[in-house]
Design a binder for this molecule. Structure first.
Ligand code: ADP
Ligand code: MG
Length: 474
């Protein structure tokens, strides 16, 4: 990602700050214009040196902490001083609001992106029906923000409020059941509800099927019209396009048309674009052109918060201990969490009794025992790393110290340390009884290489993904 554009986040930050300070304080000290950004810095402009010193002393940390809330990143602000005297050109400020951006999304009348005809109420009776392709439950207010998704979720909301502007191309990637489709459709639902933009949601698979059907029926121009004249195109699970060359070609042209017309395009994918195979380079470069964000599996607190929210929206009662039990034992993804919850609710309704901890344990014992939920085994890590490096397992674990073996061995130890709960002593045992200091040394060696060679990061991510796939199958 070459260009970093945090302008939307900057504006939202100003919006939050404005809500927290008095009008006077805000108008006095926030004559700050967004200029540009790098990955970790945002450059802004202030009127003069004195102003810069004051603002920097008083508010820099505060603004940075707000930015962090929104982006999940440590961004630092660099103040520059305006040279020309046209100081009228202050920030293009948004309406006063003291709500967070997510609260605002629940009360759309506060949003500055609502077209006027909706605000005026002229069309009030004509409340929009549901979008024919979108799930009505996949909205921002039903999306729990946690450790794993604050950046993707806030970016998605920013995009929903300003489609086709700062991030005309947005790609969300991550494993199954982590919330990609929900987030993508939340963007669609939001835009559909708050504007008259034309929104299309389609899975990659259906996009291909429609394309093939159009070819057969000689209806290509209708197909092209449908996809090239939308305001927001959401295509889910683009890894499906691997090896589908004609569909890729068509998508490439669709992309270019929409991109040139400054429309909004959103994709999801089950892995980073760089790991896609059998996709043309030119299409890959289009995917990578925009903001690419990843969803990680949620931690315990987030899993608990998600379940708690699901229980509330389903309007059922379930003891907190039971929610805690599920959150603790199911860590794979949110879809599995939901499935466990649904099972317990169904059981409770069937027998007409509250679900106790005992019943929950009993009912979910098979789910909890499934290998997918239990700790990742070191053997699987070893097998995948050995296979990917064309080594035998015996060599990977054994005593040989040739370069060709030592590096993959260090990698395997490093990954074991990262994705399992095993101690360095345990890991050493699995690698032919090596000492725990050897394991620590290996991890350190990989960390150092990671610093020196950023490409290693994607090699490791790829291995982790393969390991998880293998683990899910076994
Ligand atoms: P993916 O597309 O990544 O496979 P989905 O978007 O289908 O995953 O999510 C699986 C289920 O988990 C859906 O029912 C979705 O509503 C739910 N879900 C995922 N993430 C969250 C979240 N952060 N808060 C609430 N529900 C979530
Ligand atoms: Mg999905």
């Amino acid at each position: 990602m070459a260009d970093w554009n945090y302008e939307i986040f900057w504006k939202e930050t100003m919006n939050l700050v404005r809500g927290e300070l008095s009008d006077q304080e805000f108008s006095m000290w926030f004559k700050i214009d967004y200029l540009r950004a790098t990955e970790n810095e945002i450059f802004v402009m202030v009127p003069h040196q004195f102003y810069r010193d004051q603002v920097s002393n008083r508010y820099k940390k505060y603004i940075e902490s707000k930015l962090k809330e929104l982006t999940g990143k440590d961004l630092s602000i660099v103040f520059e001083i305006k040279h020309s005297e046209s100081s009228q050109n202050v920030q293009n400020l948004v309406p006063v609001s003291n709500k967070s951006i997510f609260q605002q999304s629940e009360s759309p009348e506060n949003s500055r992106n609502i077209p006027n005809f909706i605000k005026t109420g002229v069309y009030e009776e004509k409340k929009k029906g549901l979008h024919y392709q979108l799930n009505k439950d996949y909205t921002f207010d039903k999306y729990v923000i946690g450790d794993n998704n604050s950046f993707p979720a806030n970016a998605a909301l920013a995009i929903a409020r300003n489609p086709g502007t700062s991030y005309p191309v947005f790609l969300i990637y991550g494993g199954v059941g982590l919330g990609k489709t929900h987030l993508m459709q939340a963007i669609g639902n939001y835009i559909y509800e708050n504007s008259d933009s034309k929104v299309i949601y389609i899975t990659a698979e259906n996009f291909m099927n429609e394309f093939i059907q159009a070819l057969k029926d000689d209806k290509m121009s209708a197909f092209k019209n449908k996809y090239r004249y939308v305001d927001v195109l959401l295509i889910d699970d683009i890894h499906f396009f691997e090896n589908k060359w004609e569909t890729q070609e068509e998508l490439f042209h669709t992309f270019n048309t929409l991109y040139d017309a400054k429309k909004q395009i959103v994709f999801t994918c089950d892995r980073p674009v760089s790991d896609l195979k059998k996709i043309t380079d030119r299409l890959k470069s289009r995917f990578e052109r925009g903001l690419n964000v990843d969803l990680q599996p949620p931690n315990y607190e987030t899993r608990y918060a998600i379940l708690k929210k699901k229980v509330e929206t389903k309007n059922v009662t379930l003891q907190d201990e039971v929610i805690a039990l599920i959150s603790k034992n199911i860590s794979s993804n949110i879809r599995d969490l939901e499935a466990a919850l649904t099972k317990l609710i169904a059981y409770g309704e069937l027998v007409g009794k509250p679900v106790t901890l005992e019943i929950a344990r009993q009912q979910l014992k098979d789910v909890f025992a499934s290998p997918k939920q239990s700790n990742m085994s070191i053997e699987i890590i070893q097998r995948v790393v050995a296979e990917e490096n064309k080594l035998s397992l015996t060599d990977l674990k054994g005593p040989k110290r040739t370069k060709k073996i030592v590096f993959p061995r260090q990698l395997a130890m490093y990954i074991a340390r990262e994705i399992t709960e095993y101690s360095t002593t345990d890991i050493g045992d699995y690698f032919g009884g090596r000492d725990h200091t050897t394991v620590m040394h290996s991890c350190k060696a990989i960390e150092e290489r990671l610093q020196a060679d950023p490409r290693l990061d994607s090699i490791i991510e790829n291995l982790k993904r393969l390991i998880k796939e293998y683990n899910a199958k076994s």
